[in-house]
Design a protein. Structure first.
Length: 265
């Protein structure tokens, strides 16, 4: 209606139509400025006086939206003000899954493995638009490069959206301590030559974290892990990356470890 009104130069008719609706929904109220904010104030008064419903969303409580007239803020504050919490993990996962399904119908051949969906849901925690942006970026990366959508591609493509990437670099000692505590195995076992599965997998994850979260070279990491060769470290890193492509539980576990490390003083 607004676009049609602009094309026909009938803004007054649009205002009249707007003031006759039963329900008005407005998102991003904080972006209203100048004449738009003034017109919103007039429309709000007409609708409320006419017992119509108005639902608005913004990034701050009504009293803090200084671009709006004081009377408008007072009117909004007199209604039901409900804080909107951040999306929880289940909701983020559902949103990403749905966006991935839509992308697959628009672009045949696009596949979002469960591990990638889980990685995005765990890592992109700011708001819904960033979840949409994450899916769109990976679709674009797939089209531009032909590279399959994997967790490593997501890590590279979405780095600026992911909070853990902004965390300070951690020490290998921190990684050894956190991994040892998380998997309930002695730190000495991580550094030993033991090859049992319950030791090998945590050790590989620790090496992967050391490569991802520190600036240490492969030879340096190898020396810190019991004097291992750099090729052993590289094999461990690649093994974990490969497993993460199809193992959502592993992705979740690694993201948990990253967050534990990010929270260290």
């Amino acid at each position: 209606h607004f676009i049609t009104a602009v094309k026909r130069q009938s803004a007054l008719a649009f205002k009249e139509w707007l003031r006759q609706i039963d329900l008005l929904l407005i998102d991003d109220l904080q972006f209203l400025q100048g004449k738009s904010a003034t017109e919103f104030g007039h429309t709000l008064s007409v609708l409320i006086t006419g017992a119509r419903q108005v639902v608005v969303a913004g990034d701050a409580p009504p009293r803090d939206l200084e671009m709006l007239d004081e009377r408008v803020r007072s009117r909004l504050s007199g209604g039901l003000v409900v804080p909107i919490a951040k999306f929880d993990l289940d909701l983020r996962r559902a949103i990403v899954s749905r966006r991935a399904e839509i992308a697959a119908t628009r672009f045949p051949g696009i596949i979002f493995p469960p591990a990638v969906v889980e990685y995005i849901a765990l890592s992109v925690t700011s708001h819904g638009r960033d979840l949409d942006g994450a899916v769109n970026r990976l679709v674009a990366a797939n089209h531009l490069t032909g590279e399959a959508i994997t967790v490593p591609l997501a890590e590279k493509t979405l780095a600026d959206l992911i909070r853990t990437r902004e965390a300070p670099r951690v020490r290998i000692d921190d990684i050894l301590r956190i991994v040892s505590r998380h998997f309930k195995i002695p730190r000495t076992d991580l550094l030993s030559s033991r090859r049992s599965r319950d030791i090998v997998r945590p050790r590989q994850i620790a090496m992967y974290l050391a490569k991802s979260l520190t600036s240490r070279s492969l030879p340096e990491i190898g020396r810190r892990f019991g004097g291992r060769d750099h090729t052993t470290v590289l094999h461990s890193v690649r093994k974990v990356e490969q497993l993460m492509q199809d193992d959502g539980d592993l992705c979740q576990e690694i993201e948990l470890l990253k967050r534990m490390l990010a929270e260290l003083e």
